[in-house]
Design a protein. Sequence first.
Length: 134
Amino acid sequence: GAEPTARFDRSASPPRVLVLAASNRLARMLKAALGPSVVTVGVSDINSCKEAVHTLIPNIFLVDLTDGVGAKHQAIKSGLEVLPPRTIVLIWDQGTHEGELLANMLMGTGRPVAWVDRREGVDPLLDHIRASQG
């Protein structure tokens, strides 16, 4: 997978992860793997992000391209505008061209972005989330 291009800010509080995916599968898996202190909220469409952002105030925004996200790249990029400025963006993908295109587009927003390859297992994704903690 690609290395992060920006140094991720660390937060003293437990990770708050907003997951954009067709199902809650990844959000549930993260909760099980990282424990009860991690707050995960799943949304199935980019338009639901705005409401979730106000209640969650995420420090990580995770786009699950392996789970049928129907949003177009431009819509995802526009959706980032509602996130706090230091929110880390993670793209969970299987090394596809789509994932690379989205990662490159989002890196242009000035936010910290990492493209995480699902084929390497879940540990690299968990590492990125844990690294956001102080």
